[in-house]
Design a protein around this ligand. Sequence first.
Ligand code: UD1
Ligand code: MG
Length: 474
Amino acid sequence: MTAQPSLSSLPSPLTPSTLSGTEALSLFTLAAACVAVLANTFQGDGEPLIASLALSGLAFAATFSMIRWLGPAFVRAGLKGVDMSKTTRRELPECMGAVAAVVYLFVVIVFVPFPFYKDIVAATSGGGNRDVVVRVEEVQQGRFLHRFPHGKLASYLSAIISLQSIAILGIGDDLFDIRWRHKFFIPAFASIPLLVVYFVDFGVTSIVIPVPLQPYLGELFDLGALYYVYMAGVAIFSPNSINILAGINGIEVTQSIVIASLLAFNDCLYLLTPYPHPATDSHLFSLYFLLPFLGVSLALLGHNWYPARVFVGDTYCYFAGMVFVVVSILGHFSKTLVLLLIPQIANFVYSTPQLFGLVPCPRHRLPRFNARTGALEPSVTPWGEYRQPRPPIAWALKLLGKVGLLRVTLDAEGRFAETSNFTILNLWLVWRGPLREDRLAKEITAMQVVVGLFGLFVRHRLALLIFKEDNWGL
Ligand code: UD1
Ligand code: MG
């Protein structure tokens, strides 16, 4: 949240607080259908995947309605922000990702019994031990005949703990605008439960060496403790990288939906393999966490897409990033996640001159709205007579300008007047010229889909050129 120029800001008439008749009817129908499907799953084996889909539908309906109903309450509580890329500077409810996160957490908690339904029945009713002859003196210990998969439950619960911790950080940040150096390491702490479960449950810390390097390094290279440092690094990077690829309506949510969909698509590939594939269970686990995430995110997008009626807040960005960390660490595919974060990695790497203070970094780097044309243009960092970059930086800035990676404007004396801000949203505008806000969001999202699909292709096909095998064998 930002300190808002309150004189010029008005409460937004764009933000109604009730559902329209059609919306109410559609959401009610969806919710009723999902409840019916959910009730039906109890007649079979619990059908966790179907139950998860039904709960995700319910999560969509609940998030969509609650964001609408709670908007004014958030504004009253001071959680509001000005939409900087519109002609009238209206105040919109901020931090709406908190609603999505809370609904999500409720849903994954309610879901806990489903994947364990068979085990619970077997462990408690004797259903799984029907054919076992039990002597009278063993009856009291009947429960112990079936070994409940406590390990799986521990993974599940550790995921919930991590997600709850990150939701608290996000809400704290939206309330108090915590400094980045204070909040930077918090996701790493939030990932400790995941890393402990990974350690005791899986513990693989070696990486497969590409065939050409195998004569020198062997088939596997054990990173040991460094592998945990790497996973904690992914936990820090993923939430923060989503938060800095932000600032135009819808982009925080669409990028998260693209990553979640591609991860879910990758999970589905493993469901198609003949069971029992060793990785099927961990990919099912990942789907149980991604489907409800898609449910709440689509509902949030319904309100945050251009022209936005609400903002998602840092809560959503951190939460989304952590969902990806949770599924990829516990599903054992953190390297695939890294491939799907390529646009975010590019944005981070490109941002480093401003993040590390080589070039001044204003509080907001979002593209600049030109009220005359209604289009977005790259936002800039102004330089002045007394504020010029040091020689090596000046040389690098000019070089970036020459190769088309930065817009550099010099004054009559050849001094720096302004340089565009270092985000890929601004860079896209440098390349494409001014664009309307929704057009920019669509283009960046399309780029991300293409890059992400290519990432998965690399993961499963191109990798075979340098690795002996892919773990997805049809
Ligand atoms: C990050 C970026 C910052 C960017 C901001 C936009 C870095 C280091 N920080 O900061 O450059 O300006 O996100 O989210 O890269 N807003 C809009 N339209 C939108 C979304 C947000 O105008 O579509 C404005 C609103 O005033 C909103 C505010 O941005 O209240 C939210 O900013 P916040 O999420 O607090 O910024 P940061 O995450 O700290
Ligand atoms: Mg933010």
